[in-house]
Design a protein around this ligand. Structure first.
Ligand code: URA
Length: 425
């Protein structure tokens, strides 16, 4: 007989869990037969002692089996999914899904809301008047058939074990564990039923994984999980030491995404969108496709408008703006040499773009606009950041987050590459 206490003791003492133990504990936890305090102890034991590839694979498979899996066969197209481990100003899903759909590939993006300093794709899209994120499976399939791109909320029936466990990890300081992150992300992605998965694994101060070696280990773990499951899985490791693009905050990021879809936008956002699109299209059997051209000639924009319209949104409606703005200025001439992504994420969150607890509302117009980014010249007195909020008493806390976390120096610095490495099976 398997008991929770035995399973916890095995991991606490650095032992290996059997497939039967893993299947049992995930099933019993999903049903409520293993208590939250027992699962917390097990998560901490895994956090401290790690897990073998076989254990991670079994854990992932058990979490997939805890709920439904989507059947995308009826879509009748190659389905390719993308996942980012999350970062500051990471709005890439917004231009990427319609861009890849413009090549006849289906892109089902089941996304989440923001928690803490990283924003959530659903919060961003909900800033578009009328946009609906709760769709039935039938509507998801119909929209994938007709338009090719869907960005909506994941149903609670998909990997419910992970939903429970992730909420528990969040409050027990057991999030930053490679076996737990890899299994959590991949169980949901595999349950979504796509033919291929492209992962954007972020590295740097604004990411879960602050250093390259750990980010690479996470990427390799996830690629192995997907591949062993029979899904073409690839990963790019990308820089998240400075914010992506020039905005962090819901409607601000939608505006920037629309600029990219219109053939403009910040160079780093365009570069990463195109790099991920190339991976997704290669995985869908189109290695020679030219996604950069589809941003320039309006094909991606047409798909964006169709997707927003199909989900009840008005692509032409003005986006919400915050009631108040304040600027943060440079006090010397020079070039911006550093800008800490985490600090910018926290500033946006404190301005009202994010939430502290699940279920809280967000301010759609709130956030940070970066007027001068790393490598750009600036003069004393010129604004570097513009802060946006409906509640001006938040400005002080946002400024405090930024203080000392960006700098101006004499020598111009070059921003390093966005794509740092690539991991394939
Ligand atoms: N995102 C997830 O879905 N799970 C994690 O554990 C971390 C990020």
């Amino acid at each position: 007989m398997i008991t929770a206490v035995d399973v916890i003791r095995t991991k606490r003492d650095g032992g290996e869990l059997s497939t039967a133990q893993i299947d049992w504990v995930i099933d019993a936890y999903t049903k409520g037969d293993v208590a939250d305090e027992q699962m917390s102890a097990l998560a901490m034991a895994i956090f401290l002692n790690g897990a073998l590839p076989r254990e991670i694979a079994d854990w992932t498979a058990a979490m997939i089996r805890s709920g439904i899996t989507l059947d995308l066969a009826a879509v009748g197209k190659q389905c390719v999914d993308k996942h980012s481990t999350g970062g500051v100003g990471d709005k890439i899903t917004l231009p990427l899904a319609p861009l890849v759909a413009a090549f006849g590939v289906a892109v089902p993006q089941l996304s989440g809301r923001g928690l803490g300093h990283t924003g959530g794709t659903l919060d961003k899209l909900e800033s578009i008047p009328g946009f609906q994120v709760d769709l039935t499976e039938d509507r998801v399939v119909a929209q994938l058939k007709e338009i090719g791109a869907v960005i909506c909320a994941a149903t609670g029936d998909l990997a419910p074990a992970d939903k429970k466990l992730y909420a528990l990890r969040d409050i027990t300081s057991t999030v930053e564990s490679i076996p737990l992150i890899a299994s959590s992300i991949m169980c949901k992605k595999i349950a979504e039923g796509a033919d291929a998965i492209v992962l954007d694994v972020k590295v740097g101060s604004g990411a879960f994984m602050k250093d390259f070696a750990r980010a690479k280990e996470l990427a390799e773990t996830m690629v192995r999980l997907g591949t062993d499951h029979g899904t073409d899985t690839r990963a790019l490791l990308t820089d998240m030491s400075i914010p992506l693009g020039r905005t962090a905050g819901n409607a601000l990021e939608v505006r920037e995404s629309v600029e990219v879809l219109a053939g403009g936008g910040p160079a780093d956002v365009v570069e990463l969108t195109v790099a991920l699109a190339e991976e997704m299209l290669a995985a869908a059997g189109q290695p020679d496709a030219d996604p950069a051209a589809a941003l320039q000639d309006g094909r991606a924009m047409d798909k964006w408008r169709a997707m927003i319209g199909a989900q009840g949104g008005d692509p032409d409606a003005p986006l919400p703006t915050a009631r108040e703005t304040e600027e943060v200025t440079a006090d010397a001439d020079g070039h911006v040499t550093e800008m800490d992504a985490y600090a910018v994420g926290v500033a946006a969150w404190r301005l009202g773009a994010g939430r502290e607890r699940q279920g809280q509302p967000v301010q759609f117009g709130a956030g940070v606009e970066i007027l001068k980014t790393v490598g750009e010249p600036v003069k004393a007195g010129e604004p570097v950041f513009r802060l946006h909020t409906d509640t001006p008493d938040r400005f002080a806390a946002a400024k405090e987050s930024l203080a000392g976390r960006w700098s101006v120096g004499d020598a111009p610095v070059e921003r390093g590459p966005i794509v740092l490495d690539r991991v394939t099976a």
